[in-house]
Design a protein around this ligand. Sequence first.
Ligand code: NOJ
Ligand code: CA
Length: 533
Amino acid sequence: MTALWWQTAVIYQLYPRSFQDTNGDGIGDLKGIERRLDYLTSLGVDAMWISPIYPSPMVDFGYDVADYCGIDSRFGTLADFDKMLAQAHARGLKVLLDFVPNHTSDQHPWFAESRSSRDNPKRDWYLWRDPAPDGGPPNNWISDFGGSAWKWDAPTGQYYYHAFLKEQADLNWRNPSVQAAMYDIMRFWFDRGVDGFRIDVLWHMVKAADFPDNPPNFDYRPAMGEMNRVLQLHSTDQPEVHGIAADMRAIADRYGADGQGERVLIGEIYLPVDRLMHYYGQERAGVHLPFNFQLIDAPWEARSLAKLIADYEAALPAGGWPNWVLGNHDRPRVATKRGQAQARVAAMLLLTLRGTPTLYYGDELGLSDVAIPAAQVQDPRELREPGLALGRDPVRTPMPWDGSENAGFTKAKPWLPLNADWPTRNVARMAEEPHSILTLYRRLLAMRRTHASLSIGDFALLDTECDLLAYERRHGAERLIVALNLGTQSQRLKLPDWASNCRPLLSTLAAAAPAGDGALLLRADEGVILSPE
Ligand code: NOJ
Ligand code: CA
């Protein structure tokens, strides 16, 4: 196969508020991203996805957009963006923006018009409904952040729908004017040179036209958060969303021929695999990469991971390119979920599975979730449903760069506290340590570059027992074995005949034991990449 850049690439998600502050306000900014571009290239990633940087009241930290074609002054200016983009491109780094099409801020001028009167031309750009006969909300839909998803607007006597905060009003994507306006925004950024978008909550974009009640979820427990009281049957994943994804893809594809390379679309979709696969498209192509989040929550156990990987591979449509994720700005960090020892094994898994990996900033340092004292909580998710461990501040803390004040992130008070381990867990220090997780990430990323089998090769699981997960990656004459010990006991892997004389190319631990007698002994928490002699 001839691989496209986004198929061989490793994507790095950075949360701009927490990456690098340059003007001393405790909040990361675009100049900070520019300052750290050499770090990204030295790490060995190919593309970055930047969480939203548009003008925003920041009620949901940028996922409440008030102007899709600008830059929030906290992050800088459009000129800063252009400069950062040019500097990234000069280093061969692609830049993906976060597109938030499902909802706007309630401060967006479109919403101000829409709510101004029932006969405003933009009234139908959002989802307005009359009250139920008892005067209550039009149906039982619940916001993902808890509470009714409907907000009463007294001056016009109707409710509007918000899948998230009441400050994030859902657009009516059945309205062709909304579609046209949003497609223009994609073109605005493509024309500026961005290489693609991560599309926020793609599966939410279209709702059932008649707004029926969602069915109750009989498995609901309060610890899950109120959104899970009902199943989001009618409020998400409607068939019409695929036409929209295909329109977006057609726009991206038109730019692919301009010499800059294909523009890529990555859809944020939390759905079971069978429904996720529809987002690759059917008659018309959908998004290039519907995010595959399964590794984040999967039981960390070899047999079930093997099944998960095999089922996902088997479910992919013809031509559908896989992708894998260990964490993001909404979910617990991998080092917290799996522990430091297995975070290294997880790194090897992420970077040796078939498909495009996305790496969350700080995970390359083994950064863990930071407990945020109640008085410092910022995330509206935590503020609305406190104490359920649903808040996202713990995974959005500043990047620790070095041993200087505030880990080199800012000269002011950081907007969220640093992890207390920053004096030892920081880029400058770990870059010098031959066995740090950062050094392991660098070596894994370098190995992916030099061994095409790891990025685009065929994938086949090997028969293993106990807590061992092993697979072969093969491309042309190159055949490699990846063996991962997910347990805390050493384990023996019987090697296939063709690989009986394998030598380790890389271990997650110091100096891997050589294979012998057609077998490999993996230590506790060890992952190894093997090559035949
Ligand atoms: C998904 C984003 O990842 C999350 O951070 C945000 O709160 C919601 N969408 C609403 O935009
Ligand atoms: Ca700043």
